[in-house]
Design a protein around this ligand. Structure first.
Ligand code: KG4
Ligand code: ZN
Length: 336
């Protein structure tokens, strides 16, 4: 079964072709980094216009590179939620037009579930397992009983981890996009130079929730207060010290989740899964059966959308052409 996936929830305009849910035939991702760089953040109006401009050429190139023709497409899958409304509308409208024109069924994909499905493109996964989603919009630990059944065990109560990376980079002028810039700077820094506070919600040692607002404030406006005596105040040291705490907060909750559930299988997804420190810390936990995507499938892409679209299709979860887009998933611990 050939599924064509469309992703336009934020600032990546992507189309991919996946065979039988796990074989990536081809993908084209048009990134809008240059357009948003001068604003040091994604500008929704610019993002929508960029998607409108690029969706058709991206689709045509993806079809070419996959070695198929439009007639070979069996299913069209598209991210319909959550994300930026205008951006989602462009990809969703395009996918609806394609499904209608080709007379093929349409599948509506949840972007969060798609991120957690990305590791499936590298090999099979057994159930139940834990899922760690760390992106610019979400930070959560979930229990997964299959690809579509998630129970949120813990989540950020305020900023997402990637958002904290982006805001720290923006405040200190480290570059754009922020997460990657902080990661690169951190590799040359002393991670013990600053002693930033981690989050301790309710002081509850069983809690799996976390918060990034405190560390974000500490690392931006209050940074100098946390410099250890005798250490140098440099961008590298600050980035490394922030990264140690930001990733450490996740690892602490993850270790707790493994202990509380007794589940040792873990799938990881989302842009922050590209972080070198997170990947190192995960790899060091040799008791975990880890499924983590390659860097190119951590950040937003359409391969994950097409791949999970296959799962939806084989269970007959098709949608009508009037399916709406949804900007948000209600509540930070919303049911999926
Ligand atoms: O999954 P994604 O592409 O979009 C969302 O669904 O949000 O994630 C983007 C986020 C951004 O906040 C970006 O700064 C972060 O992932 N990110 C990283 C790294 N690469 C991307 N954060 C830390 N280290 C990285 N290497
Ligand atoms: Zn994403």
């Amino acid at each position: 079964m050939i599924v064509l996936g469309v992703e336009s929830s934020c600032d990546e305009c992507a189309v991919a072709v996946v065979k039988d849910g796990s074989e990536l035939l081809g993908q084209v991702v048009h990134s809008q980094i240059e357009e948003h760089e001068q604003y040091r953040g994604v500008v929704p109006e610019i993002a929508s216009r960029q998607h409108t401009q690029h969706i058709l050429p991206v689709y045509r190139q993806a079809i070419r590179e996959s070695g198929i023709t439009a007639a070979d497409i069996d299913i069209v899958a598209v991210t319909t939620h959550p994300g930026l409304s205008g951006s989602l509308l462009v990809g969703t409208t395009f996918a609806k037009g394609l499904a209608l024109g080709l007379d093929r069924p349409l599948v509506s994909v949840n972007h969060i579930l798609a991120h957690l499905y990305a590791p499936r493109l590298s090999g099979p996964v057994d159930w139940p397992c834990l899922g760690l989603l760390v992106s610019g919009g979400h930070t959560m630990i979930v229990r997964m009983d299959d690809w579509q059944t998630l129970t949120v065990l813990g989540a950020t109560v305020d900023d997402a981890c990637g958002e904290a990376f982006d805001k720290v980079a923006r405040y200190h002028g480290f570059g754009y996009p922020g997460g990657k810039a902080v990661d690169a700077l951190a590799s040359g820094g002393d991670e013990t130079a600053y002693e930033f506070p981690g989050s301790s919600l309710k002081g509850d040692s069983h809690d799996l929730d976390l918060s990034y607002s405190g560390i974000k404030t500490a690392v931006t406006v209050q940074a100098s207060r946390f410099l250890r005596p005798g250490k140098e105040a440099s961008a590298e040291n600050l980035a490394a010290s922030f990264q140690r705490v930001a990733i450490g907060m996740i690892m602490k909750r993850l270790d707790r989740a493994v202990q509380q559930t007794g589940i040792h299988r873990l799938v990881v997804g989302g842009g922050v899964a590209a972080n070198s420190r997170l990947r190192r810390e995960l790899a060091a936990r040799t008791h975990l059966q880890l499924a983590i995507p390659p860097l190119s499938l951590c950040t937003d892409n359409a391969a994950m959308v097409a791949a999970i679209g296959y799962e939806y299709a084989i269970s007959g979860r098709f949608v009508n052409l009037d399916v709406p887009v949804g900007a948000r998933v209600a509540g930070y611990k919303a049911a999926y």
